[in-house]
Design a protein around this ligand. Structure first.
Ligand code: AP5
Length: 209
C-alpha cells in the first residue's frame, strides 16, 4: 500500500487538486478537515472535542487525528493507498503515519501568505457534492454545479480572523514537516501561485502519471 500526501498552507489548493487527481491516481481523497467537519455536524465525541479548536483556527490534538486516520485507513477503498489532504500536520502525526502506511510522494503546494486570505475568504462549495469554487478565481458554472444539485455552502472558519490563526499554526507546527520529508527524499515542491490546471500538470509530472 502506498499513499500520497498533499501538503501546504490553508487555502493553498490541496482540496482543489485532490479532487482532480482522484481519477489519475485511482486513490481516494482523505481530508482530515472534511472528516472533522462531518464529525462536528453529526455531534459525535470526536466532533465535540474538535469544534472549539477548529473555530479558533488551532490544530486539533494529535491523538484525535491519529485515531481518525487509523480508522479511515481500514476502509476497503483505502487498500491500495490514499491521497491525504491536510494530514499530517505535525511531526507526531507524520511519525504515526509511518507506522500506518507507506508514503511515496509529498506534494507541497507553495503559496505566499498574502494570497491565502483572498483565496480562503472567497471560497464556497457545493453542499451536495463538495466541489470547491471561488468567487473570483473559480466560480461555479452559470447553470450551477457540475453535479446537477447546486447548493452554495461557506465554511464557518473561512473569515479573516481565523485565517491568521490558521496561518500561524501552519508556520509554527506544520511547516517543519517540509524538512522532515525533504530528508527522506520524497518531498516535491510545486508553485501553487498559478492557474489551477498548470498546478495539476506539475503534480502529475511529479507523480510520473
Ligand atoms: P482543513 O479543512 O484541512 O483546512 P486547511 O488546511 O486550512 O485547508 P483548506 O481546506 O482551507 O484549503 P485547501 O488547501 O484545501 O484549499 P482549497 O482547495 O479549498 O482544516 C480545517 C481545520 O481542521 C484546521 O484549522 C484544524 O483546526 C483542523 N484540522 C484538519 N486537519 C488537521 C490535522 N491533520 N491536525 C490537526 N488539526 C486538523 O482552495 C482554497 C480556495 O482557493 C478555493 O476557493 C479554490 O477554488 C481556490 N483556489 C484553489 N487553487 C487556486 C489557484 N491555483 N488559483 C486561484 N484560486 C485557487
Amino acid at each position: 500500500m502506498s499513499s500520497i500526501v498533499l501538503f501546504g498552507p490553508p487555502g493553498a489548493g490541496k482540496g482543489t487538486q485532490a479532487e482532480r487527481m482522484i481519477d489519475a491516481t485511482g486513490l481516494p481523497q482523505v481530508s482530515t478537515g472534511d472528516m472533522l467537519r462531518a464529525a462536528v455536524k453529526a455531534g459525535t465525541q470526536t466532533g465535540l472535542e474538535a469544534k472549539g479548536f477548529m473555530e479558533a483556527g488551532l490544530l486539533v490534538p494529535d491523538s484525535v487525528i491519529i485515531d481518525l486516520i487509523k480508522e479511515r485507513i481500514q476502509e476497503p477503498d483505502a487498500k491500495n493507498g490514499v491521497m491525504f489532504d491536510g494530514f499530517p500536520r505535525t511531526i507526531p502525526q507524520a511519525e504515526a503515519l509511518e507506522q500506518i502506511t507507506g508514503v511515496t510522494h509529498v506534494i507541497a503546494i507553495e503559496v505566499p501568505d498574502e494570497r491565502i486570505v483572498e483565496r480562503i475568504c472567497g471560497r464556497y462549495s457545493c453542499g451536495a457534492c463538495g466541489n470547491v469554487y471561488h468567487d473570483t478565481f473559480n466560480p461555479v458554472p452559470a447553470g450551477g454545479c457540475t453535479c446537477g444539485n447546486w447548493e452554495e455552502k461557506r465554511r464557518a472558519d473561512d473569515n479573516e480572523e481565523t485565517v491568521s490563526s490558521r496561518l500561524a499554526a501552519y508556520h509554527e507546527q506544520t511547516s517543519p514537516l517540509a524538512d522532515w520529508y525533504r530528508s527522506k527524499g520524497i518531498f516535491h515542491p510545486v508553485n501553487g501561485d498559478r492557474a489551477i490546471d498548470d498546478i495539476t500538470g506539475d503534480i502529475l509530472n511529479a507523480l510520473r502519471l
